[in-house]
Design a protein around this ligand. Sequence first.
Ligand code: NCD
Length: 307
Amino acid sequence: MPQLSTRHLLGIKDLTPNDIQLILETATQFKDVINRPIKKVPSLRDITIANVFFENSTRTRLSFELAEKRLSADVVNFSASGSSVKKGETLLDTVNNILAMKVDMIVMRHSSPGSPHYLSSRIPANVVNAGDGTHEHPTQALLDSFSMREKLGGDLAGKRIAIIGDITHSRVALSNIFCLQKQGADVMVCGPTTLIPKHMAALGVRVSHDVREALQWCDVANVLRIQLERQQIKYFPSLREYSLYFGISRQMLDELDRPIVLMHPGPINRGVELTSDAADSPHSIILDQVENGVAVRMAVLYLLAQE
Ligand code: NCD
């Protein structure tokens, strides 16, 4: 049986193109499973997974929990608010205490970039990164690629993907760039100069500061939220001005010469990066992304458990 080249999912950077292919193909089978009347398989019946979240989350935490339950794993949930982290316990102590209760896998979200990497070299359990600060969010990129392939009806080689918004502070942006490039896609990032890191061109992506140009160029627009909670200084004058220059409306999408697929990882700030009529338009596959997230996470957990 084909296996992943790694026993942790820390970032897309560490995955081979074959790993990505294997995860996406396995996810196709799990998407069939979760659309059956009985949405459950016994694959992880003997495995216990802890979802350890030090940062807020709606979709990602619920999606992992459902993926785990649909694989018949035992699940425990930890969130930092209300825990002994507030009493001064270290990250490693917290996780080692959870592992002492015979937990096999840790799914973690943390505001510090690199924290899942740090843990993975110090604990025996498999570690899955569910978002580490501004760094990576590998399962989001995988579910985004799965959704693009499903919508475009084939692989992503040569497809044009524009990632639009706060590239500097978004872990979704970096994971998407790595994931798309490993599948041979042509990637553009678009946003205000202040929200695009200087090293972007060195990654081999196109850079644009004109949202209309980006929309006209791409097959898929993956639109990101302004991460105000990670911005210590002002990167643009006001949200109103941001949406004036970089906001996307349904009319802008309807007026393009060719079809476009609109994506967003959520949470959407309606009226900032997308108008409501764009988010809810037929161009949008935003809720398909959420559905696919469960199948993709089932694939990741299933493959990591096969050792
Ligand atoms: C993203 C995240 O947390 O990085 N959301 C998600 O996981 N679906 C994007 C965001 O917060 O804007």
